[in-house]
Design a protein around this ligand. Structure first.
Ligand code: CU
Length: 167
C-alpha cells in the first residue's frame, strides 16, 4: 500500500509527467496507421482502367522508393498512359492490357495523360501520381524532436532538494 502511494506521488512530479507525455506521444505517433500497406517485397500492383475520357483511379499514391507495376486496361477504344518525369508509356487495346514496372524514386506529383488520340476530349484525359511523403522518416523525426524537447524540459517550480512527503 505504501509502495503504491509512493509511485502515485512520483507520477505527479513534473519529471515523471514529462516521461508519461513522451510515452503517450510516442504511442500516438507509432499507432497512427500507414494509409497504404506495401507487400513485404515492396512491390505494388495498380490496375488503371482507361475509358473515354478518364482514368480510374485518377490519382495513385505511392511511397518514395516503391516499385510499382501499372496495368493499363482499355475498356472501350485504344488508350495510352504516358507518365511525366518517367520513361513510362503504355498503349492498350480493348482486351489487351499493357503493363510496365517502375520505381517511384523522387517525391512529388507527376501527371499522366492519354497518349493515344481517342476522341474529342482526349486532351483532357489526365491523372496524377503522388509520390511521398515518406511516413516512416517523418515518424522517426517527430519522435526524435519530442525526445529532445523532453530532455530540455526543466520545470520552473520543481524543487529537487525537497524530500518526498515533507512539504
Ligand atoms: Cu484516351
Amino acid at each position: 500500500m505504501k509502495h503504491i502511494k509512493g509511485m502515485l506521488l512520483r507520477i505527479t512530479q513534473p519529471r515523471w509527467r514529462a516521461a508519461l507525455i513522451f510515452i503517450l506521444a510516442a504511442a500516438i505517433i507509432l499507432g497512427t496507421p500507414v494509409p497504404r500497406s506495401t507487400t513485404s517485397t515492396g512491390q505494388r500492383y495498380v490496375r488503371v482502367e482507361a475509358s473515354r475520357y478518364a482514368f480510374t483511379p485518377e490519382q495513385i499514391n505511392l511511397s518514395p522508393g516503391e516499385r510499382v507495376t501499372i496495368e493499363l486496361v482499355a475498356t472501350d477504344v485504344k488508350h495510352g498512359l504516358s507518365l511525366d518525369g518517367y520513361e513510362l508509356d503504355l498503349e492498350a487495346e480493348p482486351g489487351q492490357p499493357a503493363r510496365a514496372t517502375f520505381v517511384a524514386t523522387q517525391p512529388g506529383v507527376y501527371r499522366f495523360r492519354c497518349s493515344v488520340a481517342c476522341g474529342n476530349l482526349h486532351p483532357f484525359m489526365l491523372g496524377k501520381i503522388q509520390v511521398g511523403p515518406n511516413l516512416p522518416l517523418i515518424r522517426g523525426s517527430l519522435l526524435g524532436a519530442i525526445a529532445i524537447l523532453i530532455a530540455l524540459y526543466r520545470p520552473q517550480h520543481y524543487d529537487q532538494s525537497a524530500p518526498n512527503g515533507n512539504h
